[in-house]
Design a protein around this ligand. Sequence first.
Ligand SMILES: [Zn+2]
Length: 644
Amino acid sequence: MSRPPFASPATRVRIGSTLLLAGLAAPVLADVPTPQDTPYAPGTITLQVDATGLGQRIFRVRETIPVAAGALTLLYPQWLPGNHSPSGPIDKLAGLRITAAGKPLAWQRDPLNVYAFHVDVPEGVASIQADYQFLTPTDGAQGRVVMTPNMLNLQWNAVVLYPAGHFAHQIQYDASVTYPAGFTAATALDVAQRNTSPGGGDVVHYTPVPLDILVDSPVYAGRYFRQIDLAPGAKVPVRLNVVADAPKYLETKPEQLAQHRALVTQALKLYGAQHYDHYDFLFSLSGQMGGNGLEHQRSSEDGEDTDYFSEWDAKAGFDDLLAHEYTHSWNGKFRRPADLWTPNYNVPMQDSLLWLYEGQTQYWGNVLTARSGMRPLQAARDDLALTVAAYTDNRPGLDWRAVQDTTNDPIISQRRPKAYRNYQLSEDYYSAGQLIWLDVDARIRQLSGDRKSLDDFARAFFGVDDGAWQAQKPYTFDDVVATLDKIVADDWTTFLRTRLDGSVPFASSVEATGWKLAYTDKPSDYAKAMQKDSKGAAEFTYSLGFSVDKDGKLGDVRWDSPAFNAGIGSGMTLVAVNDLTYDKATLEDAVKAAKTDKAPIRLLVREFNHYRTIDVDYHGGLRYPHLERIAGKPDYLTRIFAAR
Ligand SMILES: [Zn+2]
């Protein structure tokens, strides 16, 4: 709202100059140049980052900016790709001092756009220097921890200021980083030169790149580092760069390597083309650095627990993280929604097509995890059962809010926790989108006599322009429909819109693949392993209507569930069940007994220092979701999960 549309021909536009109210002085107004597709003429900006401040968790930055005399506006990135929201961490930018030939130069933050800094460059000055710090979180409450004694994650958007008035790809950066001694760094950027700092660490100079490629090429660096070749002998390298809290977490078994390599071959069979000259997974295995999953075109930031490799079998393929973020190189990065693409990082994004960007990535992430062998077939079905159950019985919010509207959630919520997530809804375009694309896959198979599938869509839509990576190929809703129509003709607009806008439920989509949702009184082995991994948490979502952690604290209480209707709320602590101290087994026994017993289940709950007994009149027994085969229907699902 504080900025003119980027298509405007004006180079400087004052916004809000008619907002003069009687008796008030004229406010100072947002005065930020509109981005133009023209080079930043004064020249290449030098960005030096000192990443050695691990103990104090500080990145120290010096930026040298060639300038022309006159008004200059420097921007700190606000709208972050992959976050789809105005979440640039400007609260952590500190110590900004601007100088010209050693003399201080005043800056003023724009009162209507706190991400913009105005500077008047005097005549005769050809270059200014900006010194500042990025104060990374010293505690998880401040945000994701990105520096530990043994690793760091540098995101360039967090340490860069850039001149307003130009498209990001028109501003060149010559970036270098001083790393702590003993650290090895991985990034999609190419290394131009490597020196040793007085502190003994590497000073790495990267080959100059435009701002859009710099921001799309973060760094993971660590003391304990291993690079694994995921595409041995391939012309286009794909590498897994792992940093871990300790060397033992870097150890892998041959079958784990084979499955990670199969992920690459299965993705290439699916998409056909590659939109990178090399691809680097930046992978942290840490209990200290915050987990992450953030896509880029030539890399991704991926964070898992330390036991990712060591507990591989027990975890039975819980995570589709690597397959998901890798898929984004095609879906979301090379091809990205036209309304999401912005010329720089301070023009608002629109998220209307995230049900394709994230929804189909959620679909392929899960499918490729199965096709690579990282997730066994039964676990793949059990994982899908959890999603189908959620959208059949645990999303009462779909009564008031359509999936399309949830694409606004990155901007609305920015992932803040919610009290009643099932009712408020959140970023539901991910998993609801996954089910919509499952439905589309089944429909293509059905209409084509099983000769075509969503694989054909993926290849036609994403697998184009092999080798191209420096420019993106945006798309609209109509482009999606046109490609579907080429695979097999149908009224795809109506098919998609009725599901996105809420007039056709999509939770039954799995039935089109030959399987249906069923409940039994035992969780699947996959769900059981997940509960075990969450350290004593218990799942009563489809019976009483809540999940509960090992200390009895209730998670999301399902709106209109038996527990909710009895007065139970999210965040209460469950203290006792039928007068016995709460633990998982006691509550399971009580739910089982109530199936034949007419008496309600008596729950003692605590809110702050208040205790209260709440009777829940529920007699449906334990209920856990599974998928069951529909006899006589073609089994598309098994074919979808099978390796190509
Ligand atoms: Zn994603």
